[in-house]
Design a protein around this ligand. Sequence first.
Ligand code: BGC
Length: 720
Amino acid sequence: MTSRIDALMAQMTIEEKVGQLNVTADMVRPFVPDINPVANEQNAGQVLELIRQGKVGALFNGKGRQGAVALQRVAVEESRLGIPLILAADVIHGMGTVFPIPLGETATFEPDLARRTARATAVEATAAAIHWTFAPAIDVTRDQRWSRGAEGTGEDTLLACRFGAARVQGFQGDDLRREDALLATAKHYVAYGACLAGLDYNTVDIAPQTLQDVHLPPFKAAVDAGVGSIMTAFNDINGVPVSANKPLLTDLLRGAWRFDGVTISDYTSEMELVAHGYAEDMQDAVLKAFMAGLDLSLQSGLYLQHLPSLVRDGRVPMWRLDQAVRRMLELKERTGLLDNPYRSLEMDDVSDACLARHEELARESARRSIVMLKNAGDVLPLARTGQRIALIGPFARDRDNIEGCWTLFGDADRYVSLEEGLRDALGDITQLEIVDGCGMEDAIDGGLALAVQAAQRADVVILAVGEPQRYSGEAQSRIEIVLPAVQQQLADAVAAAGTPVVALVRNGRALALQGGVRDADAVLITWFLGSQTGHAIADVLFGDYSPSGRLPVSFPHASGQQPYYYNHPRTGRPELPEMKEFKTRWREIPHEALYPFGHGLGYGKVDYGPTQVDSAVLRRGESVRVSARVRNLGQRSVEEVVQLYIHDRVASRVRPVRELKGFDKITLAGGESLDVAFLLNESMLEFTGVDGIRRAEGGTFDVWIAPSCTTGEATQVTLD
Ligand code: BGC
């Protein structure tokens, strides 16, 4: 039987086939120009004409139902074959309601929460006539200078797998044909975060086992979760740009993993093969990318220009064109567009009740993302009354650095600033004095003096400092991962006033905290928390919520440690507890984090009993139960992220000092104890051997159940 897609393809000209592979900017609906310089050279009329000619398969970064219906009508009624468009956009961490940046939300260690925020995002995005998002980013980031770690899940592979899969499930829902299903894109395939020196777009020089064990698993997890598309990264890997990398795009993705969705270039990445010096000219770039397995071209228009002639002169075989077109048409079929081109374009507005639920979820997810690094003398939580509070810093009143990077469609009118959150929470706002002290990057005349005076008058200072939001996101890599100098001066001056300081740090990466921030009495890492920033922070400050976030990235002592990641291989001269010469350390600082991966405090004290195993021997194909008794020594209920780590003692390749293999967020009532258990099996002990094959080697493993990657006493398990 001929399928609908076969029948369609039988009628298509080469140009119409290539047209389906062309994804271009939506110049018809409201558009954000500064993120798409190439598109600024196009106009709505040109785009509409291309659609009429059947030369556009998808549009991106527009929103709005009215315009979408008009666009779809042109595709369906005015193009020869009437194939509907699929409408895409970068909806990364929220639509109108903005959730924390993905890195921040990963600090919750709650993949199911990420699934729920992605679902809410899908509901709002589809109601704004978007079918397809270019998210989630699942790049593992081991160098905090890189600016796009904010979009991902931090430095650990297991977190990237769990959160990536959860976000795919959240965006897409159970049924891709539903009006509120948002097709997901796993990006940026692959090892984009391994760019040398943390410099965005830079070359990736990587060992095959690191690629295989660290960077590829999140993409495999996304494929297993049913992701519909994969975006290729800008970088080369060991000299071969990913957008023309056949072993990665075809052999692995299609062969081994059986991925059946589409691959799409990242914004002209196939064109950039020329700049890389990997292709002679634009035609050569198209030939190399397309034949390597890159199905769709995003924004360059190069497939339109060069694929038809490459097919006609036989350099690109028709089977390959048909393969890519079929994948795109199947995507349109799977998302229900072939049956109903107006899918998601004629929905009702998201109701106020639904928006209110999303705001509640945004607050929930934001407060759960906050990580309390320290709380000396239990300065937190603050009392609501009876204390004079000085809120000092450029983030105090700010409304322009709330949403975080890659928020194209946030409803800024609904954002809650820090000031608003605090005013709302405080019993008596006459106790609150607010002073900016300095700008984000510039001094304010007399600002320091005012800040110091306010600090002296207060019983406690809330110091609101951090990175402006444009320091993270695309092409914003940093040399020094510290606060802007004026803010550091402010922090140091305020600290010298002698009043207890609670530092609220806003950031899109791990920072090397210094001086008055590092030494503050309490430090809360607040990332970019989105719409409900002010309320979420107030919930934690005043103790309505006991912080439960844990670091998904190591906070180093100094910038010069980068790339620093907790699961680094053992060296032959490990750091000793006492500083000694000729060991793996710097002159100035030890080879360790100031605050390690997995660290975070709550308003209570949790005690871990010894790690126990139900068998000291693990037989292949079986599992060992690893458990520990976790006890809340305090009175109030707290949440705890219980973490399972392993270390392979002797192996045919040098192994990481520790690796996260499981985590569980539990709630402990005051005084409560719980046995927390994980099942350890052979597959969790695997790594890529010198022969390129992943397997678990027999031998002894250290195993910890612990509250961070540097704590706990190990027990041992031997794999037979
Ligand atoms: C970014 C992608 C994004 C694309 C489309 C690129 O510059 O790297 O993450 O999806 O633009 O806007």
